[in-house]
Design a protein around this ligand. Structure first.
Ligand code: GA4
Length: 329
């Protein structure tokens, strides 16, 4: 029997297992420059709630400049870093994550992104004084990654056949949308390395927002939980971005997409730097399953709430809590 190659198939396998070392990674990869990326993104969000995107159009020189400045920031003496803290919620934080007793082997800077439109020239949208320690790469990065988030959400809307097409990305590009930016540093730890132990860098949790866009240096540590409950390591890729489905997108899709539990394990051998832009809707934005995604007779799985309600509840919770639980019907 002769099996003919089907050239059309070359266009489709945008979600494909990636060979990494001796194993096939469970992390879907979507090439945003290829046809069918909308369908591939939807499939990845349904299956895993996490997807690596390539050909994302974020200039690598901007990413590298911001990474270099981030490394420099975290290399500053502790007393200097602490002038931009403690994070409550914005500013410099060390070991303590959130207000309810969570800790990890991590130091970080958290920025609130205000409603003003992002521009290359103005830093005023960053509600954090330490923003002035960074050069233009910070705002250039935020502009480019916001565009990426918007493109991804528009593709997801296309894949889900949501009308109007800008319904989802409109939630994060709205003047009132509530963004957060986090720079994390998981330092080298010779003791852990010596003991060959790993430690919690950032405990397991889901992100409360719509989506988060994560990028890290070439250090391992990030893990995601698959639907069957097993944890898998995400091979680092400093040239790509990872899209994380958040709780709000789970609700908007009535549970068709699942917000992915993820965590960072620190093994101390190499420092890890990550940058995550969290895209939340406007505070008054109503979060409820989109009627056009509901099948005939399908009931909403969630009580209706606003992003402000959800955020308030989130800040009362512990990192690993199931925050959506109290909003389920
Ligand atoms: C998890 C996702 C983001 O990092 C974050 C975190 C926030 C914080 O660090 O202040 C929270 C956590 C996150 C959810 C529950 C609360 C709030 C810590 C915490 C225990 C910035 C966010 O938006 O929610």
């Amino acid at each position: 029997m002769v099996v003919l190659a089907n050239p059309a198939l070359d266009e489709i396998p945008l979600v494909r297992p990636q060979k990494h070392g001796a194993f096939f990674s469970a992390i879907p990869v979507v090439d945003l420059s290829r046809p069918f990326s909308a369908e591939a993104l939807v499939k990845a969000c349904e299956d895993v709630g996490f997807v690596k995107v390539i050909n994302h159009n974020v200039p690598m020189d901007v990413v590298q400049r911001l990474e270099a400045e981030t490394v420099k920031f975290f290399e500053m003496p502790q007393v200097f870093k602490e002038t931009s803290g403690p994070a409550d919620p914005f500013g410099y934080g060390n070991k303590r994550i959130g207000p309810n007793g969570d800790v990890g082997l991590v130091e970080y800077l958290l920025f609130g992104i205000t409603s003003k439109p992002l521009s290359y020239t103005s830093m005023s949208f960053l509600e954090e004084p330490s923003a002035c320690l960074f050069g233009p790469a910070l705002s250039e990065y935020l502009v480019a990654v916001k565009k990426l988030a918007s493109d991804v959400l528009e593709l997801i809307a296309e894949g889900l056949k949501i009308e109007p097409r800008d319904l989802l990305n409109g939630l994060v590009t709205d003047e009132q949308s509530d963004g957060l930016f986090r720079l994390n540093h998981y330092p080298r730890c010779p003791l852990l390395e010596r003991l060959d132990r790993s430690w919690t860098g950032f405990g397991e949790h889901t992100d409360p927002q719509i989506i988060s866009v994560l990028r890290s240096n070439n250090t391992t540590g990030l893990q995601i939980s698959l639907k069957n409950g097993s944890w898998v390591s995400v091979p680092p890729d400093q040239e790509s971005f990872f899209i994380v489905v958040g709780d709000c997108l789970q609700v908007l899709t009535n549970g068709r997409f699942k917000s992915v539990r993820h965590r960072v394990l620190a093994n101390g051998s190499k420092s890890r730097v990550s940058m995550i832009y969290f895209f939340g809707p406007p505070p008054a934005g109503k979060i409820a399953p989109l009627s056009q995604l509901m099948g005939e007779g399908e009931q909403s799985k969630y009580k209706e709430f606003t992003w402000a309600d959800y955020k308030k509840a989130a800040y009362k919770s512990r990192l690993g809590d199931n925050r959506l639980g109290q909003f389920e019907k």
